[in-house]
Design a protein around this ligand. Sequence first.
Ligand SMILES: O=C[C@H](O)COP(=O)(O)O
Length: 214
Amino acid sequence: MFVLVNLKAYPCDPVEVAEAAHEVAEESGVRVAVAPQAADLRAVAETGVETWAQHVDPLAHGSHTGSTLAERVADAGADGTLLNHSERRLKLAEIDGSLSAAERVGLDTVVCANNPEQVAAAAALGPDAVAVEPPELIGTGTPVSKADPDVVTDAVEAAAAVDDSVDVYCGAGISTGDDVESAAELGATGVLLASGVAKADDPKAALEDLVEPL
Ligand SMILES: O=C[C@H](O)COP(=O)(O)O
C-alpha cells in the first residue's frame, strides 16, 4: 500500500511531517509520500521523503504569471503530483494537459475523482493512478473505506475496465491503520489522506498507526 499524505494548506510544519514520514517509511518499509504546498517542495524533498506536488498547471515555460510548472516542481525535488483534487478541480482538457506536463518531466501522477464514473474517465487519460474521494467525507474523520465501501470496489472495477495498469487509491476520512487495511481489502493499492496526519498533535505517531497493519 502507498500512503500519500496531502498537507493541503494546513498550518502544520511541513518539514516536521516530512521527517516523520521519512522515518516511518524507513522503519516500516511502507511507501509513504508527503505533498506539501509548492513553496515547501524543496525543503520537504531535502528530508529524503518521497515528495509530491499538490498540482501542476497544463503549461510549459512562458508568460504564465502565478503558475506552477511541472519543470520547477521536478527541479525542486518532487517525484509526483496530484491532479484534479476535489479542492483544485480542473477541466478535462486541463487534466490532460497537466498529465502531459507531468509526464514530460517524469513525475508520477494521481488524478483524483469523486466517484467511479469519474474514475473511469480519469483512467482513460492514462495517469499512473486515480484516487476516488467522495467529497462529502473529506476532512470528516469518517473513512470512505468503511462509510462507503462500494465506492471503492466500484472504482477499482471501473478503472480496470478502462486500463488495468492504472492503480486505484482511495481517500477521505482515512486516519488509522484499520482504515488503511479496509481500503486494501476493497482492492485499493494506496490511500490519500490529509487531516489525520496534518492536524495530528503527534504526526509521527499518526503515521506509525497508519502503517502498522501493513
Ligand atoms: O487529499 C486528501 C483528501 O482530500 C482527504 O482528506 P482527509 O484525509 O482530511 O479526509
